[in-house]
Ligand binder design. Structure first.
Ligand code: BMA
Length: 310
């Protein structure tokens, strides 16, 4: 008798994972992880968080024809500013880029790290060759900024994760007329005691528009005796009012399990920064493994939505 075993995770890991490690980077660095993808025509670009040997991060670009096999450009594309208004807030690096295409521009929302704390910053590019910083858009203590791919009720909208009292991290939404000044902040989602993401949650993938609402693939962690375990999950938010939750899955869609997710600079981490929805509705989710490599896992859009209601 054949016993059919269910895969433990909803997402299907690509068999060739990890797709990028330090050995694939054409310059000396410590790690590569947490990359954000875009598909332009038939080409996939992946903006990578690379951590240099000083321990601070910056961005590099990788290219692919199939979304699985990537080649990295010879030099970094965006380094922390050394002068100007961003310099003192980027002195410890640029982290976790998230790309959103909107109004003919690719916006990159990232974390600016410094001794003063983490702030969210936004830059834009038309071609991934020239990048223009727009503004620092949060106070310190905020991360995981993702821009919605269209305006909501005439305003730009974003999710982020300000740290509340006792390091309680929740997902919030806010709005802007110009991408620089933000207001109308509202709580969207909080950690659930007793669940896998009981200690902190944050947005991961820029929201994806679906018929059922905005699909947000987010992350969360639970503290255990060895430290945090980061997992991935889904929530659907109302298209007109993203502070309203339509459905939230009970279970994680991906948990650290493979060696490249379990062991690295930070153990037990799967951390997504972007996804591509293919024409056949297959979703490729790009994520960092153990803060040390880049991976991809897939699921159909239908499966992701169904899981969100379960
Ligand atoms: C988060 C971010 C991510 C990182 C994760 C796990 O706070 O800083 O860049 O992958 O922690 O270390």
């Amino acid at each position: 008798m054949t016993i059919r075993r269910r895969r433990p995770d909803l997402l299907h890991r690509w068999e060739g994972n990890p797709i990028l490690t330090t050995e694939d980077i054409p310059f000396r660095c410590n790690t590569v992880f947490n990359g954000s993808p875009v598909k332009i025509g038939e080409e996939y670009l992946l903006l990578l968080r690379v951590e240099g040997q000083r321990g601070y991060s910056f961005f590099a670009l990788a290219r692919s024809d199939d979304g699985y096999h990537f080649e990295v450009d010879p030099a970094p594309v965006l380094l922390p500013e050394k002068e100007g208004p961003f310099a003192k807030y980027e002195s410890r690096g640029l982290e976790d880029p998230r790309i959103t295409y909107l109004d003919g521009n690719y916006y990159i929302v990232y974390t600016a790290a410094s001794d003063f704390g983490s702030r969210i910053a936004i830059a834009k590019t038309e071609d991934f060759q020239c990048y223009e910083r727009i503004a620092l858009i949060s106070e310190p203590g905020n991360k995981d900024g993702v821009l919605f791919p269209e305006k909501i009720n005439g305003k730009y909208a974003r999710l982020d994760r300000p740290l509340g009292g006792r390091d309680f991290g929740c997902i919030w939404v806010s709005y802007s007329d110009d991408l620089i000044h933000w207001g109308g902040h509202e709580l969207v989602l909080e950690p659930r005691p007793g669940y896998w993401g009981a200690d902190r949650i944050g947005a991961s993938v820029p929201p994806i528009k679906t018929e059922k609402g905005w699909l947000e693939i987010y992350h969360g962690f639970t503290m255990v005796s060895s430290g945090p375990i980061y997992r991935m999950c889904t929530v659907l938010l109302d298209l007109e009012d993203p502070a309203k939750v339509i459905a939230r899955s009970e279970e994680a869609i991906l948990s650290p399990r493979e060696k490249y997710e379990r062991i690295g600079d930070v153990n037990n981490v799967v951390f997504a920064c972007g996804a591509i929805v293919e024409p056949d509705n297959k979703v490729k989710i790009y994520y960092g493994g153990a803060d040390t490599c880049l991976c991809v896992a897939t699921a159909s859009m239908d499966a992701l939505i169904e899981a969100t209601f379960s």
